[in-house]
Design a protein around this ligand. Structure first.
Ligand code: FAD
Ligand code: PHB
Length: 390
């Protein structure tokens, strides 16, 4: 079989890239290792920047978001329970974010493949890349006991942090930059109304907490835990108690508790691999970079990458030149590094680090007090949170 672009991974990046290419007549095949049930069951991001909502509208996959998405014009910060608001709308000249779960985005994007039979394959095992540095790239995979080969012009590595694409690169192909954090986020999803109409990012002496949501009847909460924490140590009751403490006395009475419908621990990491191209292979999304979730940037960076990559591929087929493709990595990385900086900084002012001493804690408190009292500092925060221009 032959196609123009083989896309590895059916996360938000791979699915969106395929739809963007399809709209401009560029053929692609998406290969996903997991089952459709697994992919649609994953609970991850919740906050969409305008770059993401614009792309969903552009490909006409916005009905779910238009119906169920919650527009947020501000968010709250709290220090030891004392809360203040960042008015994103006012501070950015009218911008906002959309609360609409990644699980739902993925479902909408997968459903849109119903009109494109055969172009999205789940359960593709042992995906292997061939001749990525040469003139005849191809991808092989196993499905239903048979090996399939797909010849192509380009390969898009949208297979996340643990995928095969970056792992297939020779050592000289680029360089990785990395920072691991000594903690993770324990997340809980529950069918109870959110405790507040906007998100609350809370710096508490006992550690960070986040109050988020998926809908007016479904809440998503996180608490910072040590990296090696055992999930079994966290029955729902302990988690609800800890949230009440860390979110503080103003919010605690508004927290409605209920049984968890999902509970998991995710590690935190900053990571960038550059360049995002090697030969015929282009990396996009988590395959090339990871941010700690504090800034809500991961999914949105994946989307801005594929916006740039789709434009470059479309230009390649329309004009016959690789000029835009040659610029892809540098253009994507320019935005990626700024989001890395914001996510790292937001993490550093809101989390409790095991090595922190009393002075470090005072610095965090001073930083939050400064943000609270300075419109300029709030504007910087809001500008980054709604998403920098591409
Ligand atoms: P992925 O979603 O990881 O998709 C990659 C796909 O490739 C997967 O389906 C995988 O199964 C597949 N794959 C892997 N290996 C192979 C292989 N060998 N062959 C074939 N397929 C393969 N981001 C935000 O923007 N806002 C948020 O609020 C936010 N909150 C988050 C909260 C948590 C707890 C976590 C964990 C993440 C959060 N993120 C957030 C980050 C966001 O979820 C990711 O950045 C996003 O999923 C990246 O999309 P992607 O398509 O690049 O990669
Ligand atoms: C979420 O709702 O899952 C979420 C929201 C904001 C973040 C991270 C995760 O910064």
């Amino acid at each position: 079989m032959r196609t123009q672009v083989v896309i590895i991974g059916a996360g938000p990046a791979g699915l969106m890239l395929s739809h963007l290419l399809h709209r401009q007549g560029v053929a692609s095949l998406v290969l996903e290792r997991r089952s459709v049930e697994y992919v649609l069951g994953r609970i991850r991001a919740g906050v969409l920047e305008q770059v993401t909502t614009d792309l969903l509208r552009e490909i006409g996959v916005d009905a779910g978001m238009a119906r169920d998405g919650l527009k947020h014009e501000g968010f709250c910060l709290a220090l030891d329970g004392d809360m203040f608001r960042i008015d994103m709308h006012d501070l950015t000249g009218g911008k906002s974010v959309m609360v609409y779960g990644q699980t739902q985005v993925t479902k909408d994007l997968v459903e849109a493949f119903a009109a494109r039979p055969g172009e999205l394959i789940f359960g593709a095992e042992n995906v292997t890349l061939h001749d990525i540095a040469g003139h005849a790239p191809s991808v092989t995979y196993e499905k239903d006991g048979r090996i399939h080969q797909v010849m192509c012009d380009y390969i898009a590595g949208c297979d996340g942090y643990h995928g095969v694409c970056r792992a297939s690169l020779p050592a000289h192909a680029g360089r990785a930059f990395e920072r691991a954090y000594p903690f993770g986020w324990l997340g809980i999803l529950a069918d109870v109304p959110p405790c507040h109409e906007e998100l609350i990012y809370s710096n508490h002496e006992r550690g960070f907490a986040l109050a988020s949501m998926r809908s007016p009847t479904r809440s998503r909460y996180y608490v910072q835990v040590p990296s090696d924490e055992d999930l079994a140590e966290w029955p729902d009751s302990r988690l609800w108690d800890e949230l009440a403490t860390r979110l503080g006395p103003e919010v605690a009475p508004c927290i409605q508790t209920g049984p968890s419908i999902e509970k998991s621990i995710a590690g935190l990491k900053s990571f960038v691999f550059e360049p995002m191209r090697y030969g015929k292979l282009f990396l996009a999304g988590d395959a090339a970079h990871i941010v700690p979730p504090t800034g809500a940037k991961g999914l949105n960076l994946a989307m801005s990458d594929v916006k740039l990559l789709s434009r470059a591929l479309i230009a390649r087929y329309a004009e016959g030149t690789e000029t835009e493709l040659e610029q892809y990595s540098a253009r994507a990385l320019a935005r990626v590094w700024k989001a890395e900086r914001f996510s790292w900084w937001f993490t550093s002012i809101t989390h409790r680090f095991p090595t922190m001493d009393a002075f470090d804690r005072k610095m965090q408190m001073a930083e939050l007090a400064y943000i609270r009292g300075s419109r300029a500092a709030q504007a910087v925060m809001a500008e980054n949170y709604v998403g920098l221009p591409i």
